[in-house]
Design a protein around this ligand. Structure first.
Ligand code: FE
Length: 330
């Protein structure tokens, strides 16, 4: 008996079932949005996933400070501006993967393959269904027109979402036109910018203003809490550049100890199997075009989105911040 146990033990040592070390993820995407995915992956593959969550800035600083010794294999965050920044600061490795190229449209990943979009967030116009008439809304640019004076509410320019929106406008229109546009928005503000998208929408519902610009999942959350709220989404720029979209995404770190396993996890997250859940948990859009959005999200209607590479959100970010400051957007 003793001998049998011993040989069994030797067998386990020689042929371990779960040979792979755990993958370590540093995530600025919140725990409740990633844990169900990670649990499903572990159940499927036996590969364990460790993670810490924090804001993008502190996580990036930590990876940099840890240098070669970082336990992080994968850096996950929201906003292309943040992913671009991570790549710019040299903490992400190039990941060449046919699967990632197939699953993720080219404008939603880094042209140099250091980060990849995993969900799409649309930043669109939200309006009061009581005070906006059909045909009144058209484009982001139109919100700079004097006819919107005292009717516009915006979130603060300090939020990366708005920095990315303005950065993409700069990429489209150039600095001069974008500055005029942002000045127009500021001139039309009903009140000082809000600290978040939900407050912006609540101000519209309360009659403080009539229109605003928000990420659609915040609209989804508010609608879920207050189904009677008299707000709706509008898809602007359908005859021109399309709706501004951004991503949440991830990249394998430069000093990853478990590079192959991290790449496999990234590939799986882009697969149809994971995509519905990854986007659906936050009422976002799947990045993989083969996967449909969940029913709540689908009910908001189809739209054309901007197909400019989201890396512009990063490349133009510093320019956008300065421009918004000059335009008096606080
Ligand atoms: Fe958000």
């Amino acid at each position: 008996m003793k001998k049998y146990l011993l040989s069994l033990f030797a067998l386990v040592i020689t042929f371990p079932v779960y040979a792979t070390d755990p993958i370590t993820v540093y995530s600025a995407r919140k725990e409740h949005l990633i844990k169900p995915l990670f649990d499903a992956y572990t159940e499927k593959t036996g590969v364990k996933i460790q993670y810490i969550t924090d804001k993008a800035g502190p996580l990036l600083a930590r990876i940099k400070a840890e240098g070669r010794n970082t336990p992080a294999d994968l850096f996950m965050t929201v906003d292309a501006g943040n992913l671009w920044q991570a790549a710019e600061e040299g903490v992400l490795a190039v990941t060449d993967s046919k699967l990632l190229e197939t699953n993720i449209p080219v404008h939603l990943r880094d042209p140099e393959n250091r980060w990849f979009g995993l969900s799409v967030r649309a930043r669109t116009i939200v309006y009061s269904t009581e005070r906006i008439k059909d045909g009144e809304l058209t484009t982001y640019e139109d919100l700079a027109d004097a006819k919107w004076k005292g009717r516009l509410c915006l979130r603060t320019s300090k939020k990366v979402y708005n920095q990315s929106l303005v950065a993409m406008l700069i990429a489209r229109h150039g600095e001069e036109r974008t500055e005029q546009l942002v000045k127009g928005w500021v001139a039309n503000l009903a009140t000082a910018p809000f600290s978040n998208d939900t407050k912006t929408m609540e101000a519209i519902a309360a009659g403080q203003c009539d229109v605003g610009i928000v990420n659609t999942y915040y609209f989804g959350r508010l609608k879920k809490k207050k189904p009677e709220i008299k707000l709706a989404l509008f898809w602007p720029n359908q005859d021109s550049t399309g709706v501004h979209v951004n991503i949440s995404g991830a990249g394998v770190t430069k000093h990853a100890k478990n590079r192959n396993a991290a790449t496999k996890l990234l590939e799986w997250l882009s697969s149809p199997e994971a995509q519905e859940k990854f986007a659906g948990l936050n009422m976002e859009y799947p990045v993989n075009p083969a996967v449909e959005a969940d029913d709540v999200v689908k009910a908001w209607g189809e739209f054309k989105s901007d197909d400019l590479n989201v890396s512009s959100a990063g490349a133009m970010q510093a320019t956008a911040i300065k421009l918004m400051d000059r335009a008096g957007y606080r």
